[in-house]
Design a protein around this ligand. Structure first.
Ligand code: ADP
Length: 475
């Protein structure tokens, strides 16, 4: 079955055979039916004619009392002439089915055991068309006061019916061949015109430059190709955006990775060019700088790896129920030394115990980044306030700091990879510009949302909302 479908895989072939089928089957059926109709009409009109003739004979047979006295010259002559008119014969049977007159003089005195004659002996008119011998026979009962006295049988040569039918057959075949040729031509033309717009769409796509080019598809041949063109252009522009952002990402990554390497190179070269007599402290200072540049490089690589992990699909999620209160406490305990060093106060406020289905590693990275930023972009004596709440459906986490704040025009960009609102400060404190991108991706993987509000010089608030139960997305 599959193989049959494969043979008709092309739309052109499918429409060709569909049109052929729809065109030929009805004309074939029509030809057969009209042939049958004509045949039945020809036979039935002759039967009516012969039955009328037989009825006339029957009347005469009764009025001349033929069954008591069959030797009546005038009637026998008339029977012969009727036989001649039909190029056939006339037979008269009595009610015992014995032939009392046969214009062919063959069966007189014999009993006729013929189905139609038997039926007529019970008072019915019958007819029979013998295709092989090309004869048509009609038998009618001769009735006197409801009683069958005998049977009149007229047989005619139906040669002419066959001649007409034969003529019709050859004519029908000719007409059918003409119809066949017309329908095949129509099927070729229509199937070509059905498939043509799709072929044009394919050609137009081939003609567009390779890759996600600027060219647009515009095949306005039929409404469907207009739709396809529009869908294609939408897809193409999305792909182009993706391609652009991929290229931008790669160039950003190379740039970010190159910066510490360049510093290491400059520092190392300086050491070698210093020559003899340089104090050990100087070497130590340069080596410390080299180590910190290497640390920075490592941090960028680690952040990039985290970001790649966060770009994956549901399949990489290791989901389990986690006590959110405990998780936040653990993160804050870990960040406490850094906060104390910067004289930042870390405060946690939780309104109720909350359990969330989540990937603990991914989610704690997201939260750590937010709290760490609150500490990093802050002034000594400031605070980072983390609060936790929930309703029947969602868990709400707010990370609020009293830090530097984010300029309004940067707010839309801070979640972009490698974006830094305050470039020099961020670099100084070892930022990679990837932290918030990682956070946002991690929260999205939990089907959550993150929002930011900030006032320059006053502080920043991040609001996170995640569903309590993790719903795996359909593939
Ligand atoms: P980075 O590694 O530079 O901190 P992030 O992606 O974490 O990168 O943050 C992007 C930028 O957003 C930072 O460079 C910083 O300018 C700004 N930013 C993020 N969090 C805060 C905050 N709590 N207060 C002020 N600015 C912030």
């Amino acid at each position: 079955m599959n193989k049959i479908f494969q043979k008709f895989h092309s739309l052109r072939k499918r429409s060709f055979f569909a049109i052929l089928f729809v065109g030929l089957v009805p004309s074939f059926i029509l030809t057969i039916l009209s042939y049958q109709f004509l045949r039945d009409r020809l036979i039935s009109s002759d039967v009516t004619d012969m039955a009328t003739q037989a009825a006339l004979i029957s009347d005469e047979l009764i009025s001349s009392d033929y069954f008591s006295n069959p030797d009546q010259e005038a009637i026998n002559l008339e029977l012969s002439s009727v036989g001649n008119v039909y190029s056939g014969r006339v037979m008269i049977l009595d009610n015992t089915l014995m032939v009392i007159k046969d214009t062919y003089d063959m069966y007189e005195g014999r009993t006729m055991v013929w189905e139609n004659a038997i039926i007529s002996a019970y008072g019915d008119t019958t007819s029979d068309y013998d295709e092989e011998n090309r004869t048509l026979t009609v038998a009618i009962p001769v009735m006197v006061e409801e009683e069958v006295k005998g049977i009149v049988i007229i047989t005619e040569s139906a040669e002419y019916i066959e001649t007409i039918l034969e003529y019709y057959r050859s004519f029908g075949i000719l007409v059918f061949i003409i119809i066949l040729i017309l329908i095949v031509a129509l099927a070729i033309a229509l199937s070509y015109f059905t498939a043509r717009p799709l072929i044009h769409v394919k050609k137009a796509i081939d003609n567009l430059s390779k890759g996600f080019g600027d060219g647009t598809l515009n095949v306005d041949e039929v409404a469907e190709t207009v739709d396809i063109s529009e869908a294609f252009n939408r897809y193409n522009s999305q792909m182009k955006l993706l391609d652009d952002s991929r290229q931008e990402f790669v160039s950003n990554v190379s740039h970010e990775l190159k910066t510490p390497l360049t510093s290491v190179k400059v520092l190392a070269e300086s050491i070698t060019s210093m020559g003899d007599g340089v104090p050990v402290e100087m070497y130590q200072e340069f080596m410390t700088d080299i180590v910190s540049e290497i640390d920075r490089e490592t941090k960028i690589v680690n952040d990039l790896l985290s970001l790649v992990k966060m770009d994956k699909t549901d399949a990489t999620m290791d989901v389990s129920p986690v006590n959110m209160n405990e998780l936040i406490e653990i993160i804050m305990r870990r960040l406490k030394p850094i906060a104390e060093k910067q004289q930042i106060e870390l405060v946690m406020e939780s309104f109720r115990p909350v359990t969330v289905e989540m990937d603990e590693v991914k989610f704690s990275l997201a939260l750590s980044n937010l709290i760490e930023n609150g500490i990093k972009y802050n002034e000594p004596g400031g605070y980072v306030h983390v609060s936790l709440n929930a309703d029947h459906k969602y868990c709400y986490i707010r990370v609020e700091d009293s830090g530097l704040g984010i300029p309004e025009d940067s707010l839309d960009h801070i979640f972009e990879r490698f974006y830094r609102a305050d470039k020099s400060h961020s670099r100084e404190i070892g930022g990679t510009g990837l932290g918030l991108a990682i956070t946002q991706n991690a929260i999205r993987m939990h089907h959550g949302e993150i929002k930011v509000a900030s006032t320059l010089g006053e502080g920043t608030t991040f609001d996170v909302r995640v569903p309590l139960s993790y719903i795996k997305e359909e593939a």
